[in-house]
Design a protein around this ligand. Structure first.
Ligand code: UTP
Length: 225
C-alpha cells in the first residue's frame, strides 16, 4: 500500500525535547515501511503556535504567520527524519521532490508547503498527488466527534463517516494560523473531491501499526464514501 501519515505536531512533539514519543513513532513507521511505501507529514505543535503568537504580537499578518508555522513544521520533520534510518535527511518542500525522494527511500518525511492551511491539508494534497491507498491522520483525539470533546461532554464519536459528512462537521470549525480543529477544512474538501480513504485516529505509540492492520474501531474514525 501507499500510505500518507499525517502526524500532528501536538502528538509528535508533546514530550519535546525528550522525544520518547518521536522515537516510538519512528520505530512504527520504519516497521510498516518494510511492507508499504510511506510518506509522513509532520505538524508544528506548541512550538509553531508559540512562534505564530509571537509573530502576531509583532503585527505580522496571517500569511506571514503561516510561513513561520511552515518553517517550524519543516524543523520538526527534519528532527523526525533523524530517528528513521530509511529516510533521507532532506525535507522536501514540494510534492514533486517528495516523489523523487520516494524512489530512493522507504520513508519520506516532510512538513508544510504553502500558507493558508495546516499540515492535514498538506497530507491530503500529498495523498491525492501520489494516489495514496490511505491517509492516516494521527491526532489528539480518538476520532471525529460531533463537537469538540474537550469542551462538550455530550459530544458523540463517529465510527464511520462519508467524506461529505466530514466536510459538514469540519466546516463548523475555524481557519486561522495556529488554530486547532480535528482536521482543517481544506483537508476535508480534498478528501471529499478525491474520495481518499482516511482514518483519523488517536496518535499514541502502538496505534499506527494497529490502524495499518485495520484494528482502529476503538481508536479512530473511518472516512469512506
Ligand atoms: P500544523 O499543521 O501543525 O497546524 O501547522 P496545527 O493545526 O497547529 O496542528 P497540530 O496542533 O500540530 O496537530 C502549524 C501552522 O503552520 C501553518 C499554519 O499556520 C498552521 O496553523 N501551515 C502549516 C501552513 O500555513 N501551511 C502548511 O502547509 C502547513
Amino acid at each position: 500500500m501507499k500510505i500518507v501519515l499525517s502526524l500532528g505536531g501536538s502528538v509528535l512533539m508533546s514530550d519535546f525535547p525528550k522525544c520518547n514519543k518521536m522515537r516510538a513513532f519512528a520505530e512504527e513507521v520504519e516497521l510498516i515501511s518494510n511492507e508499504h511505501d510511506v510518506f509522513v507529514v509532520v505538524g508544528g505543535g506548541k512550538i509553531a503556535r508559540d512562534y505564530i503568537q509571537a509573530a502576531r504580537a509583532s503585527g505580522a499578518n496571517n500569511t506571514l504567520c503561516d510561513s513561520i508555522g511552515i518553517e517550524v513544521t519543516r524543523l520538526n520533520a527534519m528532527l523526525f527524519s533523524t530517528y528513521i534510518d530509511s529516510s533521507p535527511k532532506e525535507v522536501p518542500k514540494t510534492f514533486e521532490r517528495a516523489v523523487e525522494l520516494s524512489k530512493l527511500w522507504n520513508v519520506v518525511v516532510m512538513g508544510g508547503t504553502f500558507p493558508g492551511h495546516t499540515t492535514d491539508a498538506t497530507a491530503a494534497l500529498l495523498a491525492e498527488y501520489v494516489n495514496a491507498d490511505v491517509m492516516l491522520n494521527a491526532t489528539s483525539v480518538n476520532g471525529v466527534y460531533s463537537s469538540d470533546p474537550k469542551k462538550d461532554a455530550r459530544a458523540l464519536r463517529y465510527e464511520k463517516l462519508t467524506p461529505e459528512q466530514l466536510v459538514e462537521i469540519v466546516a463548523k470549525g475555524e481557519l486561522k494560523a495556529g488554530s486547532s480543529n480535528v482536521l482543517d477544512l481544506l483537508a476535508a474538501k480534498i478528501i471529499e473531491r478525491s474520495k481518499i480513504r482516511t482514518i483519523i485516529f488517536l496518535g499514541e505509540p502502538g496505534n499506527i501499526i494497529k490502524v495499518v492492520k485495520g484494528e482502529f474501531k476503538e481508536i479512530g474514525t473511518l472516512i469512506e464514501p
